[in-house]
Design a protein around this ligand. Sequence first.
Ligand code: APR
Length: 355
Amino acid sequence: MPLEIVRNDITRMEVDAIVNAANNALQGGGGVDGAIHRAAGPRLLEECRTLNGCETGQAKITRGYNLPCQYVIHTVGPVWKGGGQGERALLAACYQNSLALAKEYHCETVAFPLISAGVYGYPKAEAMQVAVDEISRFLLENDMTVYIVVFTRDTVELGGKLFKEVAAYIDDVYVAEHYDADREARRSQRVWKDMPRPTVGGGLFRRAHREDTARNETIFADADLSAGAVAPQASLEDMLGQVDEGFSEMLLRKIDEKGLTDAACYKRANVDRRLFNKIKNNPAYRPSKQTALAFAIALELPMDEARELLMKAGYALTHSSKADIVVEYCIMTGNYNLIEINQVLFRLDLQPLGY
Ligand code: APR
């Protein structure tokens, strides 16, 4: 997934480069700066001493030494003074310059802490928004995997207003029973098995999954199998010749209908280019539910089309999945901000959309 928020200690991240929230002297300090220097060992400080400091908003790079990363990119965030002294632009420059350096050094994976959100006092929710905005902008034009590494206390305001609204909606609709996908699949097979065998000639019947939050119910969409009606025999080749549009075809059709480029769509969906190409080149490819939902959000599909796209991948929205409820709420309220949705999912310890 090109942009992912993770809860971790940045000194443990096994990536090409981690970013340090340093100070202008580049002499080490507390917070993440201190943690990085402690984990890297004394040679990091020795190299920093050769760099002659760093301006606020700028970035400089060293080796990672004892850290599990190849490089450390040191950047100096602004001290928060109320927001009226260019703090946002300086913080944005930290991400822009750090990403430019990472690209220059051919890094494929980079991890950021929330720069300035600690000792320098930048409000965490705003600091996260600047990070997400600048990294997302960079990822529209570049292929890289970027992690925003948050520490335990950092998550307190993630997802903001949307989090509160969604939490209330979950309370209203969450079906406490655990949703057992295997059990549901077996049950719907039983329903299918007990139905009269198809003897459809011309007409065909397709299994259409009508999503019903209480139960997934399999209904026959095309053939009239009401009492006594016997469908004519369908030849196998007829049935195979009538296979519906698959997930991949519907996705590509919707991209065209929306006037999007492939890249614009998969970037909006926070899906890796290579995964998108797999889906595009294999009509039978079945993506994960998180990927299918990410595309429904990226395409800003209304609920019925979102359900249809999900069904093509073999899934249905259910009220016994909190992640599904979050997505349902956002589509119903017209919130297609995938990054914000992922912040809410992250805060609920649920898997994010994308991949
Ligand atoms: N891993 C990930 N994130 C961390 C870690 C860690 N090991 N330690 C702290 N953080 C988080 C904090 O929770 C905060 O959200 O990093 C964010 C940045 O906090 P600081 O490290 O205090 O950095 P900043 O606010 O930019 O202040 C920089 O602090 O440590 C000094 O020398 C540094 O003078 C500089 C100032």
